[in-house]
Write a protein that binds this ligand. Structure first.
Ligand SMILES: O=C(O)CCC(=O)C(=O)O
Ligand SMILES: [Fe+2]
Length: 132
């Protein structure tokens, strides 16, 4: 069984955003994340090979959906978790509400055998989610 966690994040404006910490670059430890962000923007993502950050333009009424580390593990690296970070705005409040879909902490996580094709080997061991 799995569970869902929801965060409600409030980023106050800062006249000099470059000196704020914001949310540092990271990948979520979820299976998938559904994110609502307001129209201030400030979410950036980076491709799986690194490189430049891309701003995720907020689209009214939309959700950003991204893959987290759990799905990466379960898919044996076929689906990569996306690195992202958030920047504050110089004059506007930013509000975001991510919903994290995760497996329960007492479940065993690891690559699904169905993901191995043509003799592929598992990239990850099976571990208890709470030990990950
Ligand atoms: O504020 C956001 O846009 C997302 C926050 C986030 O990345 C997280 O809570 O993991
Ligand atoms: Fe995140």
């Amino acid at each position: 069984m799995g569970t869902m966690n929801i965060n409600m994040s409030y980023y106050p404006p800062c006249p000099n955003p470059s000196i704020t910490i914001g949310a540092r670059q990271h990948c979520d430890g979820s299976c998938i994340t559904l994110l609502f962000q307001d129209d201030t923007g400030g979410l950036y993502v980076r491709g799986i090979k690194g490189g430049n950050w891309t701003h995720v333009n907020p689209i009214k009424g939309s959700l950003a959906v991204y893959i987290g580390d759990l799905l990466r593990i379960m898919s044996n690296d076929r689906y990569k978790s996306i690195e992202h970070c958030e920047a504050v705005d110089s004059s506007r409040v930013r509000i975001s509400i991510p919903l994290f879909v995760i497996s329960s902490l007492d479940s065993v996580i690891g690559p699904f055998p169905q993901m191995f094709i043509a003799g592929e080997k598992p990239v990850y061991k099976h571990v208890l989610h709470c030990d990950y």
